[in-house]
Design a binder for this molecule. Structure first.
Ligand SMILES: [Zn+2]
Length: 98
């Protein structure tokens, strides 16, 4: 019977994710197909449940402890220039959010 000890950790090869600049070169910038805007966007979360925990102090006042928000509805993504619904690009937007 041989005791082999701990398995050596397999070292994962480090592959750096492509930088934002590289992705730009790859043509992954989101461009509004309606007005050509590629700079200003906004995101709307529908039906957000916001839970805030409080502690009641000795004098009866309350102090918030933590906020917890839960998005129940859809998250939509819009062009801030012409308000076009660009929700189809939301996945990419999330990927590129740093
Ligand atoms: Zn637009």
């Amino acid at each position: 019977m041989t005791f082999t000890g701990r398995k050596p950790r397999s070292r994962k090869k480090k592959t750096a994710p492509p930088s934002a600049a590289a992705l730009v070169r790859m043509g992954r910038r989101i461009v509004c197909p309606h007005c050509g805007n590629d700079r200003h966007f906004f995101e709307v979360a529908e039906e957000v449940m916001l839970t805030t925990r409080y502690v009641q102090n000795e004098d009866g006042s309350f102090t918030p402890q933590s906020d917890d928000s839960q998005i129940l509805g859809d998250i939509r993504f819009y062009c801030a220039e012409c308000n076009a619904d660009l929700s189809q690009y939301h996945g990419r937007f999330v990927e590129m959010l740093f």
